[in-house]
Design a protein around this ligand. Structure first.
Ligand code: NAD
Length: 467
C-alpha cells in the first residue's frame, strides 16, 4: 500500500454537525445498555481480526513497522484489551455499595457509573492504530459515543481507521473526523462531554486550555524524557537486551521509550559492549537496510533528530539515510547536560549515555526536571530500588525491564505532572470514561427528628454522633 496524499481539513460547520448528531444519539439512551456495549466491542474485535493484513500494511506504509511490531504493539494489545473488558464489564457496570456514617443510619450509599456522553479521542502518529482505538474501548465500555481524530502524519492508517469505523458503527455512535491542526481546533470548540488526548506536552497544554472554556474534563497522555538507570549490580546482559528493545522499537518513536541512560561507571564499558552486541543481533550490522527496523515518520522529525547527532560524541551507529528517513540505533555521549538532546524529548533512535558514581546523583538529576512519563531501573539491590521508587515521581515504569508496564491491562497507564493527567487501560479506562454518581437512598421506615431546626436536644445529639 502506497502512502496517500495529505488528509484534508474539515470545516467548522461539518464538525459541529457531527457532534450534534452524536449528542442526539446519546440522549436517546442507545449506548447505555450492557448488550449494546458488548455488541459494539465485539464488532471492534472482529473488525481488527478480519483486517489484520490491512492494518499491518498501513503501518508498514506510514512507519515501516515490521509485522512483528505491528502485531505486538498495535493489534495484539487491542485484542487483549477488548477480551479483558468483555470478561469484566458486567462487574464494572454495577453500582458500587459504600458504607454510610452513623449519622445516616438506615440509609444506603452507592456509586453509579454513568457515561459522560459525547467524547473526543485525539491520537498521535507513533502507534497510530492502537492509540486511537485503545481509549475507544474504554469509551464504549462505559457507554459513551466517540469522535476519533487520528494523526494526519500517518495518513494511510488514518484512512484505514476511518474506513473500518464506518463499516461497523453508525456515525452518530462512533465517527472518525480526519484532519490536522485546523480540524482539531474546530473540534476543540465543540461541547464535548470528555476529551481524551494522546500527544505532546505543548499540544496537551492547548487541549487543556480549550477544554477549560467549557470545563470539559480531560485525560492527557503526554510525553517527556524517561530516564533509564543501570547500576553496578544489574544483570548487564539481560538489561542490554531489554533496554535495546525498549529504546529501538519503532525506531525510538515510543512515548515511554528510555530517553537517556545513566550507567554506573564501574560497569559502563562492559554494559556498552553488551548493548552494541545486542543492537547488532536485533537489527544486523546494517540496520538502515533491515526490514525489522522502523523509519522516522517524516522529514521534519528526521531533520530534528539528525541535529542531535552533533550534541555529543557518537560511540555507536550514527549513520542516516535521508531519502528513506532512517537513522541507525545510535549511542551518544552528550557534550554536557545543557545540549538539546538532553533537554528535549528525543523520540527517536538516539540514546545519550551518561555515567554515575552514586545513585543519589541520578535521583537529583531526575527530580530537578519535569516528572517523567516512565522510569526504568536495572538493579539487584533492594535498597537502591526502594530509594529510587520513594524519591522520584513518574507516571509508571519497570524495575529490570522496559515498556512492559504498558502492556498489561491490570496496570493503569498514565503520566504525572508534565507527562500527563489521568490514566487508562483495563478497568481504569472504564473509570476514566465514567462519572461515578454518588447516591444516598434514605429509608422511609423512620426519621430522626433531631436534625431539624428547633429539635429538642438536637445539637446535643448531633455533637455526640459527630464527635
Ligand atoms: P502532537 O501533540 O503533535 O499531535 C497529537 C495530535 O494533536 C494529532 O492528532 C494532531 O493532529 C493534533 N495537534 C497537533 N498540533 C495541534 C495544535 N496546535 N492544536 C490542536 N491539535 C493539534 O503529538 P505527536 O507528534 O503526534 O506525538 C508525539 C508525542 O506524543 C510525543 O511527545 C509522545 O511522547 C507523545 N505520546 C504520548 C503517549 C502516551 O500514551 N502518553 C503515547 C504516544 C505519544
Amino acid at each position: 500500500m502506497k502512502p496517500v496524499d495529505g488528509i484534508e481539513e474539515k470545516t467548522n460547520e461539518y464538525v459541529a454537525e457531527r457532534v450534534e448528531l452524536q449528542k442526539a444519539f446519546f440522549r436517546g439512551g442507545h449506548t447505555k445498555p450492557y448488550a449494546f456495549r458488548v455488541d459494539a466491542l465485539t464488532k471492534l474485535y472482529d473488525a481488527i481480526k478480519k483486517n489484520e493484513n490491512e492494518i499491518i500494511s498501513a503501518l508498514k506504509a506510514d512507519l515501516n513497522k515490521s509485522e512483528t511490531e505491528a502485531y505486538t504493539t498495535e493489534i495484539g494489545i487491542l485484542l487483549e484489551e477488548i477480551r479483558f473488558t468483555l470478561k469484566r464489564l458486567t462487574k464494572w457496570m454495577k453500582p458500587q455499595k459504600v458504607k454510610t456514617a452513623l449519622t445516616h443510619f438506615g440509609s444506603k450509599g452507592y456509586q453509579v457509573p454513568e457515561p459522560y456522553g459525547v467524547t473526543l479521542i485525539i491520537a498521535p502518529w507513533n502507534y497510530p492504530f492502537q492509540l486511537q482505538l485503545a481509549p475507544l474501548i474504554g469509551a464504549i465500555a462505559a457507554g459513551n459515543t466517540a469522535i476519533l481524530k487520528p494523526s494526519e502524519l500517518t495518513p494511510v492508517t488514518s484512512r484505514l481507521i476511518a474506513k473500518l469505523m464506518k463499516e461497523i458503527y453508525p456515525p452518530d455512535f462512533v465517527e472518525v473526523v480526519e484532519g490536522g491542526v485546523q480540524t482539531t481546533e474546530y473540534l476543540l470548540d465543540q461541547p464535548f462531554d470528555y476529551i481524551f488526548f494522546t500527544g505532546s506536552v505543548p499540544v496537551g497544554k492547548i487541549i487543556m486550555q480549550a477544554a477549560s472554556k467549557r470545563l470539559i474534563p480531560v485525560t492527557l497522555e503526554l510525553g517527556g524524557k524517561s530516564p533509564c538507570i543501570v547500576d553496578e549490580t544489574a544483570d548487564l546482559e539481560l538489561a542490554a537486551k531489554r533496554i535495546a528493545f525498549g529504546k529501538f522499537t519503532n525506531a525510538g518513536q515510543t512515548c515511554i521509550a528510555p530517553d537517556y541512560l545513566f550507567v554506573h561507571k564501574a560497569v559502563r564499558e562492559q554494559f556498552l559492549t553488551e548493548l552494541t552486541k545486542v543492537i547488532k543481533e536485533f537489527y544486523s550490522d546494517n540496520p538502515l537496510q533491515n526490514e525489522q527496523y522502523g523509519k522516522i515518520v517524516n522529514e521534519r522529525h528526521f531533520s530534528r533528530l539528525s541535529t542531535y547527532l552533533a550534541d555529543g560524541e557518537v560511540v555507536f551507529g550514527g549513520k542516516v539515510d535521508g531519502e528513506n528517513h532512517k537513522i541507525e540505533p545510535t549511542l551518544l555521549i552528550p557534550h554536557h547536560t545543557d545540549v538539546d538532546v538532553m533537554k528535549e524529548e528525543i523520540f527517536g533512535p538516539i540514546f545519550p549515555v551518561m555515567e554515575f558514581d552514586s545513585i543519589d546523583e541520578v535521583i537529583q538529576f531526575v527530580v530537578d526536571r519535569p516528572k517523567p512519563l516512565a522510569l526504568y531501573l536495572f538493579t539487584k539491590t533492594k535498597e537502591v530500588e526502594e530509594n529510587v521508587l520513594n524519591s522520584v515521581s513518574f507516571g509508571g515504569g519497570c524495575v529490570n525491564d522496559t515498556l512492559m508496564h504498558i502492556a498489561t491491562p491490570f496496570l493503569p497507564f498514565g503520566g504525572v505532572g508534565e507527562s500527563g493527567i489521568g490514566s487508562y487501560h483495563g478497568e481504569s479506562s472504564f473509570m476514566t470514561f465514567s462519572h461515578y454518581k454518588s447516591v444516598l437512598k434514605q429509608t422511609n421506615q423512620f426519621d430522626f427528628s433531631f436534625k431539624y431546626p428547633n429539635a429538642k436536644n438536637g445539637l446535643k445529639i448531633i455533637r455526640r454522633l459527630m464527635k
